[in-house]
Ligand binder design. Structure first.
Ligand SMILES: Nc1ncnc2c1ncn2[C@@H]1O[C@H](COP(=O)(O)OP(=O)(O)OP(=O)(O)O)[C@@H](O)[C@H]1O
Length: 610
């Protein structure tokens, strides 16, 4: 298996500063909490080893009871207050603010995904980037990217705690510190090595996660629930999910076995380190060089020193993980759009049809060298209704996506009214286009909102009624108990309705008409319509495309008669172009496909006549 070796593009401190800045903008209190938490936690640890010494010294030195009780009460009270502060700050850092903070990044990530350039979004590299960002913000806030600042605070606390215990142990013997440090250094190196390996293998693991997620999410996808049952896809889903789970399990095993080995090494080091130090303390007491109170104090200090160091090692590991996750998040967030987002060329008036020119356009999808379209020349006149036909996979949708700016040509230019579409601001350019694609995209909101994408107050109701009437869906909507206020996507909305395939298609047509842009694209808009509805749509075709340039993809060649011109895409290029009659007269591939389609109608008509 090839291991992807993507190293962190942002340094640790760059990521830390980025997150502190984010925390500052989000909630300033979170930045200050450490200043209280660090000293109080360290004081709790010091008091923890100091109080037994005070007790033992008082007994050994026969301190008067009243003085002893006084000393103990003050220390115990101080301990209580500090422990409360420590508990409160922990709750406030980890339990509350971090979860909300996580949500803040989650929303920003989702926003970025919907806002990024479509070609980048749809590319394999983009998908991996998005998957990694999902992992960076998984639900476990103790290990995902938002844990970087809390882990850093804890690391600082561990470092100061460690230094304060160091100061104590220096009085005992500086060599003890050296022995303890050496053993921990070995452990740190092993932990860092494991973290790096985990990061380097992340892409491979992300790919398996993505496939498993896809297969598992199919089980609850209502749109394919019927197919699952009818085609008995259960067996396929079972075996695929088992396969990917096994793959995931193998990876988890690999990670676990590395961690087990590291834990074993750590256990061995603890035995050598603490054992040696304790033997030394016993020897000192045996030689009357330290008192019983000091023995207990140093005993606690050696244990505490070890604990601080263990925590430092653990924190470095967690910080390193969080650092890589911040890295993945920033990789996504900092993705710069290739399309123009700044001020672009002035838009043409939106109430006039546009002219589109494809000038020597070639295209292949990322990850494949094979051209889908090869040096296409096409001039679509203002207000022209162009039908694009061709067999499955010929490249019709790809051509339309290039015109929409959803894909970028690998060579050549797409011009709108003489301006390269790259020159327009991307979002402004989209305002010129309205489209009905084959996939149905509905939101869990009302029908009116689904068509207009604006709030009820902003809806132009007259226009909405006209568009739904034209699309042939108005009477159906009005027959629903809540009319235009009826929610769609019943699985997540109150009293939501499920429209039929054809009704959904009419709704999408109404949406395209409501947008009222100068370029309208209809990709198989009648595929799900019954013959009567289809016929009505053709009859209204003039009205639907009035004052617009229209592109119409259809496999039903009879429908193309309503267009001014037809182009046939074959072998990566435009092989035939003309009106229906011209192409029939040409006697080429168009005529052949048309004849094949029409022979069934003719035969049926003939049979009926007999
Ligand atoms: N995102 C993608 N990545 C890689 N290849 C793709 C992608 N989308 C489409 N293709 C390939 O590009 C070719 C053209 O696809 P396109 O969807 O443009 O065809 P089409 O003419 O619209 O087909 P249909 O009539 O079946 O809708 C196909 O061979 C398809 O496999």
């Amino acid at each position: 298996m090839e291991v992807s070796k993507q190293s962190a593009a942002y340094g640790f401190f760059s990521n830390l500063i980025f997150m502190i800045r984010e925390q500052w903008n989000f909630d300033k209190k979170g930045v200050f909490v450490p200043f209280v938490r660090i000293p109080s936690d360290i004081a709790v640890s010091l008091l923890g080893i100091w109080i037994p010494k005070v007790v033992l010294d008082a007994i050994a030195n026969s301190v008067p009871a009243s003085e002893f009780v006084m000393q103990l009460s003050v220390l115990t009270m101080a301990m209580m207050v500090l422990m409360y502060v420590s508990y409160y700050t922990e709750q406030s850092i980890y339990r509350n603010s971090v979860r909300i903070w996580n949500l803040h990044f989650y929303i920003r990530k989702s926003w970025k995904i919907v806002d990024m350039d479509y070609p980048q979004f749809a590319s394999p590299a983009g998908k991996t980037k998005i998957e990694r960002s999902h992992q960076a913000l998984n639900r476990n806030v103790n290990v995902n990217m938002v844990s970087i600042y809390p882990h850093f605070v804890e690391l600082l606390k561990n470092a100061f705690g460690f230094l304060s215990f160091c100061a104590l142990l220096i009085w005992l013997n500086p060599l003890i510190i050296l022995l303890l440090l050496l053993s921990y250094a070995v452990n740190v190196l092993v932990v860092l090595h494991i973290e790096k390996w985990q990061h380097q293998t992340k892409d491979e693991r992300a790919q398996i996660d993505r496939k498993l997620d896809y297969v598992v999410s199919r089980t609850s996808d209502s749109s394919i629930a019927k197919d699952i049952r009818i085609y008995n896809m259960k067996t396929w889903i079972d075996s695929m999910s088992e396969f990917f789970m096994r793959e995931q399990y193998n990876w988890q095993n690999k990670i676990a076995s590395k961690r087990y080995r590291q834990a074993l090494l750590e256990a061995l080091l603890i035995v050598v380190r603490n054992g040696g130090a304790y033997v030394y303390l016993i020897w000192k007491m045996d030689h009357h060089e330290i008192s019983i109170g000091e023995f207990v104090l140093y005993f606690g200090a050696i244990t505490g020193f070890g604990q601080w160091l263990e925590q430092i090692v653990g924190r470095i590991g967690k910080l390193s993980t969080a650092h890589y996750k911040v890295n993945d998040y920033r990789h996504l967030i900092d993705t710069t759009d290739k399309m123009r987002r700044t001020e672009g060329a002035p838009l043409p008036p939106t109430d006039e049809p546009v002219e589109i020119v494809l000038d020597n356009v070639s295209f292949h999808y990322e990850g494949s060298k094979e051209l889908i379209l090869d040096r296409i020349h096409l001039n679509i006149r203002k207000g022209e209704r162009l039908a694009i036909v061709g067999t499955n996979g010929a490249g019709k949708t790809t051509l339309v996506k290039l015109i929409c700016g959803l894909l970028e040509p690998v060579s050549g230019r797409v011009l709108l009214n003489g301006t390269d579409i790259k020159e327009f601001n991307r979002d402004e350019y989209y305002t010129l286009i309205t489209a009905v694609f084959q996939n149905v995209c509905l939101l869990p909101v009302s029908i009116a909102n689904n068509i207009t994408f604006c709030s009820d107050e902003e809806v132009d109701w007259e226009k909405l009624y006209t568009c739904t009437e034209l699309a042939g869906i108005k009477s159906k909507i009005e027959s629903l108990p809540n009319g235009f206020a009826t929610n769609l996507v019943p699985s997540v909305t109150d009293q939501g309705v499920q429209l039929s395939g054809g009704e959904n298609q009419k709704l999408l047509l109404a949406r395209a008409l409501y947008k009222d842009a100068p370029l309208i694209i209809l990709d198989e808009p009648t595929a799900a319509l019954d013959p009567i509805a289809e016929n009505q749509m053709y009859l209204k075709y003039d009205e639907l495309t009035k004052n617009k340039t229209a592109l119409f993809i259809s496999h039903r060649l009879s429908s193309t008669r309503f267009c001014d011109r037809i182009i046939l895409i074959q072998d990566k290029t435009i092989t035939e172009t003309g009106t229906h009659d011209e192409l029939m007269a040409l006697g080429g591939a168009y005529k052949e496909i048309f004849d094949i389609q029409s022979q069934y109608y003719q035969r049926n008509a003939g049979e009926e006549a007999v």
